[in-house]
Ligand binder design. Structure first.
Ligand code: NOJ
Length: 561
């Protein structure tokens, strides 16, 4: 562990930080489909999100990131975009979006939308035109179409595998009905990869960015930002291990090509232009699935993306040494390069932290959920004490465990079918939220809604409902509210200054600014709070002079009093 204070370039707590909200912001991820249904179809929508803005205001978050709500056949719940500038009817329309932005801004909540530049739906007009136009046409040039191998072109053009399972290629029928070319899809076959070497693609996305920036959004979350370009010539990839087996981007020819950085430079320049003209900073947040922190840092150079999710933190097990190593890597590479780290414990793609920390097999067995919840409370204090921004995923503040026993027939994630059930997929973290314990659908849909929620909610969701948690001082929801409020109130917690404290094995301990310490006890023994300190906030009522196992605390140090 490094003992040196780490102070990335920006001056924290300064007026620049107030302006550059993303540097320290707590952002709440809304999976629109599962947040709040306003019109009784069992599916969440934009008006539903709008109706819950007061909830988000009282939680204290600085902004919301909305998962894709665009026109889409929903094969990957909106990450298969058919029209980037239209709202899918299940989620509302552009007026509903404008109302949402207006009301969010009135409450001083920033709005971030998702942009999906690596691929589009095969129902996108460009893809339909490409199929109709035939081999060698400029329309096909916007995607990766190629002839198959084998005597009759019956084999895929190369050995790439899809992240969601199976080959990364699908064969089409040509307009005359004959078996035709193949197209590349690094995700589901319903998601065709764009060819970013075709200038039409960059032009199209520039229009898309302008469209949403003109509508007032404060930030753009960029899907698969390490994708976009593929190695010229699409050669066979050299590893025995592949994307299909790991679910990670390991194919060196499909991901992280150097040309992609030019795209981020041009998007950054465009975003900065908007920030300067309007006086409202607009931020680009990358979803970069690369596991190498140094490579990740490259995407956050001062003229590229403003920040990228730091997934190593989410992937770390409940282990002090692992947490410390990962934090060191985040601060030592990403933050040291000048970009604030975007810490994340949960999102719509990963099993929920309560279940991950429960000691069972993540996403499969429950383990000890009480233990998982106790640890997830402590992890929340850990994340919210780190320098940088924090991204919460809806339901994290309710301590929702993963729903691990959804029956096969309700599962919708393409991953489940593409892997013949070997991977159950991500539905378990996308079950509609419980708002009110005593109501049908736990208040997710309006009273009297005759249709079920799009994924079934388990009975035990009642215990996690918002109304019950608001009535209990010790609930997870109250902990998140308090932690976010303390983080705002105590200047040390928005300082960039970070220093490790000497600690026993199994304990993570550091200070922020001049006088606040965060201690997380991952060991099986109680540990002492810093000498002479005063408790600011504990993850558990028993945290005081001692921290029991699996708890965390924020302490005001003597020097600061
Ligand atoms: C990453 C998104 O987070 C995930 O939900 C989606 O399936 C893939 N990108 C493909 O767009």
């Amino acid at each position: 562990m490094s003992a040196e204070p780490i102070a990335p370039s920006s001056a924290s707590g300064s007026s620049q930080d107030v302006l550059e909200w993303w540097r320290n912001g707590v952002i709440y991820q809304v999976y629109v489909r599962s947040f709040q249904d306003s019109d009784g179809d069992g599916v969440g929508d934009l008006d539903g999100v709008r109706s819950r803005l007061p909830y988000l205001r009282s939680l204290g978050v600085d902004g919301v990131w909305l998962n894709p709500f665009y026109a889409s056949p929903q094969h990957d719940h909106g990450y298969d975009v058919a029209d980037h500038r239209a709202v899918h009817p299940e989620y509302g329309d552009l007026d509903a979006f404008d109302r949402l932005v207006r009301d969010a801004h009135r409450l001083d909540i920033k709005v971030i939308v998702d942009v999906v530049p690596n691929h589009c739906s095969i129902e996108h007009p460009w893809f339909e035109e490409a199929v109709a136009a035939g081999p060698g046409s400029p329309e096909r040039g916007r995607f990766h179409f190629a002839d198959g191998r084998g005597e009759y072109g019956e084999l895929p053009p190369n050995n790439w595998r899809s992240i969601f399972g199976g080959p990364a290629w699908r064969r089409i029928s040509e307009p005359d009905g004959s078996p035709g070319q193949w197209y590349l899809h690094t995700f589901a076959p319903e998601q065709a990869d764009f060819n970013w070497r075709d200038p039409d693609v960059a032009d199209h996305f520039e229009e898309v960015l302008r469209f949403w920036l003109d509508r007032g959004v404060d930030g753009l979350r960029i899907d698969v930002a390490h994708g976009l370009h593929k190695r010229e010539g699409l050669p066979d990839h050299p590893f025995a291990i592949d994307d299909e087996l790991t679910g990670d981007p390991v194919n060196p020819y499909a991901w992280n090509q150097p040309e992609v950085h030019d795209v981020w430079r041009s998007w950054r320049a465009l975003a900065e232009g908007y920030s300067e003209r309007t006086g409202r900073p607009r931020a680009l947040i990358g979803e970069v699935g690369l596991l190498d922190a140094a490579q990740l840092a490259d995407y956050q150079r001062p003229d590229e993306l403003h920040q990228c999710f730091f997934f190593e933190f989410l992937r770390a097990p409940w282990d002090a040494e692992e947490f410390s190593k990962v934090i060191d890597r985040g601060l030592g590479t990403v933050a040291a390069a000048g970009s604030p780290v975007a810490w994340v414990l949960n999102n719509h793609d990963m099993p929920r932290s309560v279940t991950r920390y429960a000691g069972g097999a993540p996403g499969v067995a429950h383990g000890d959920i009480d233990l998982g919840l106790t640890r997830a409370r402590a992890a929340a204090l850990l994340m919210l004490a780190l320098p940088g921004s924090a991204y919460l995923y809806q339901g994290e503040e309710l301590g929702l465990p993963e729903v691990t026993d959804l029956p096969d027939h309700v599962l919708t994630d393409p991953m489940f079918r593409r892997t013949d059930g070997a991977r159950r997929g991500r539905d378990g973290c996308r079950v509609p939220l419980p708002w009110a314990a005593g109501q049908d659908s736990f208040g997710f849909s309006p009273l009297g809604t005759p249709v079920p929620t799009w994924l079934p909610q388990p009975e035990w969701f009642a215990h996690h409902s918002v109304d019950r948690q608001l009535g209990s001082g010790e609930s997870m929801l109250q902990l998140y509210r308090e932690a976010i409020a303390v983080r705002r109130r105590v200047p040390a917690l928005s300082s960039v200054r970070f220093r490790w404290l000497p600690a026993d094995s199994g304990v993570v301990a550091f200070t922020r600014g001049d006088g606040v310490a965060c201690v997380v006890n991952c060991s099986p023994r109680p540990v002492c709070a810093p000498v002479g300190s005063q408790l600011l906030l504990g993850s558990d009522p028993e945290v005081g002079e001692k921290l029991p196992p699996n708890t965390a605390g924020w302490f005001l140090l003597e020097v600061a009093r």
